[in-house]
Design a protein around this ligand. Structure first.
Ligand SMILES: Cc1cc2nc3c(=O)[nH]c(=O)nc-3n(C[C@H](O)[C@H](O)[C@H](O)COP(=O)(O)OP(=O)(O)OC[C@H]3O[C@@H](n4cnc5c(N)ncnc54)[C@H](O)[C@@H]3O)c2cc1C
Length: 399
């Protein structure tokens, strides 16, 4: 690139600049570019390499049918290897007593499936590949943002290497510890659950029958999600101490511990992907927007993974933001305050519901008192006998 091109590039003002190219940021970049906006994306990590053949990612996501349709509309879902995607047709949730049992079925709710299980790395690579094919998003990668300044007519970012980028709107999709959120002085209440999400994959003795299993136990929330063939993926949200104990186990010990904790629901287990652990936090931001700034994904709401809804919530942020920006008037600036307020208002209810629901459930099951145990288990039993309410919940989670 010659000096004139560099100068022209430095003066260019993008419609939107996205900071953070994880699942949420990459899908947003693609959707906005497909809506004919001029988009730049900043991401510090280099592109992820594909794993060796036959190796399974232990970061697994349950993606709602509504979000699968969104990823299909971007041309991303079709890029996944269908042999490595699993449909979830039923869900079984157990409390810590026999009375506490909830069963959900896609068939009863009039749906084809409740969710799709996909490997995180594969979904990220599919998004990156479609962005790369289009060549229309300006990729700044690997690059780190180091300063943010907002003026009346633009937001300006300076990268660690001195590159300056300007846009009408900056969107922070840079995860739970969002740099954008802090640089824009947007208040967040962050609390640490002092828990870790321990993940691992297992081969199973028995068929999982396309069922996702979850147990609310004294030592945390254990989930076994179905993978193609006779495999399941575990997420055990548990105390730091118990997580360390699980991480210290060899494959045989881990498989035996998880089989016992799951009541051998899918028979004996054999560990195929060793355990890894992720810290669990709650982050609540008072507002998703500031002058020429918007937040989406975990930067805007970091929720407990017990409902498997974090990235689903983030994709729903993206769908709303793209709708709002696409519907703006022909000459309207993307950073126009009325647009940003429309986005924040439209997302308020979904996010608040998920924050309250996941945090409330986590706290309710963390309490060890006997009478509370009775109330929560009978509550689950009652809900299980209310098909209309159950189907309403399923339809909300499927969005
Ligand atoms: C154990 C576990 C299981 C989960 N299971 C599910 C599930 O089944 N379904 C579900 O919906 N959700 C699930 N979640 C939640 C899900 O992982 C998150 O909600 C999701 O990853 C958020 O995506 P994101 O793109 O917003 O943020 P991230 O995935 O955190 O991505 C942020 C991106 O920003 C980049 N970045 C960071 N700092 C900067 C910076 N300064 N400048 C530029 N870029 C930066 C990072 O490199 C990264 O690429 C789970 C979470 C855990 C811990």
């Amino acid at each position: 690139m010659g000096r004139t091109d560099l100068n022209r590039d430095a003066l260019r003002r993008h419609d939107v600049m996205i900071v953070g190219g994880g699942l949420v940021g990459a899908s947003l970049a693609l959707a906005l570019q497909q809506a004919d906006l001029d988009v730049a994306l900043i991401e510090p990590q280099p592109l992820r390499a594909a794993p060796a053949a036959g190796v399974w990612d232990s970061r697994i996501y349950a993606i709602s049918p509504g979000n699968v349709a969104f990823l299909e509309s971007l041309g991303v879902w079709q890029r996944l290897d269908a042999q490595r995607v699993q449909r979830v047709e039923a869900m079984s949730i157990c409390g810590d007593a026999p009375a506490g049992r909830l069963q959900f079925s896609a068939y009863d709710a009039g749906l084809r499936e409740l969710a799709f299980i996909v490997e995180g790395g594969a979904l990220q690579r599919a998004l990156d590949a479609v962005i790369d094919d289009g060549r229309a998003v300006r990729m700044l990668r690997p690059a780190q943002a180091s300063a943010l300044a907002v003026t009346a007519d633009a937001a300006h970012l300076t990268l660690a290497d001195g590159t300056r980028v300007a846009a009408q709107l900056v969107i922070g999709t840079d995860g739970g510890d969002s740099w954008v959120r802090q640089a824009a002085n947007m208040a967040a209440r962050v609390s640490d659950y002092r828990q870790r999400g321990v993940v691992a994959n297992f081969e199973t003795e028995k068929n999982h029958r396309a069922t996702a299993f979850q147990w609310f136990r004294n030592d945390g929330v254990l989930a076994l999600l179905p993978l193609p063939g006779r495999q399941v993926s575990m997420v055990w949200s548990t105390s730091e101490e118990h997580a360390q104990a699980l991480l210290a186990m060899d494959g045989l010990q881990l498989a035996a511990a998880v089989a016992a904790a799951s009541g051998n629901v899918v028979g004996d287990l054999h560990t195929v992907t060793p355990a890894a652990a992720f810290p669990l936090r709650l982050a609540h931001v008072d507002t998703l927007v500031a002058q020429r700034i918007a937040l989406a994904g975990d930067a805007a709401h970091h929720v407990h993974p017990l409902a498997g809804q974090g990235v689903n919530l983030g994709f729903r942020d993206v769908r709303t933001l793209v709708d709002v920006l696409s519907a703006r008037a022909p000459q309207q600036d993307c950073g126009d305050w009325s647009l940003l307020r429309r986005y924040a208002r439209a997302r308020r209810e979904d996010i608040a519901g998920m924050e309250l629901g996941t945090d409330g459930l986590q706290k309710l099951f963390a309490l060890q008192r006997v009478w509370i145990s009775g109330v929560r288990n009978s509550g689950m039993g009652v809900l299980n006998r209310l098909p209309m309410l159950k189907n309403l919940l399923i339809r909300h989670a499927a969005a």
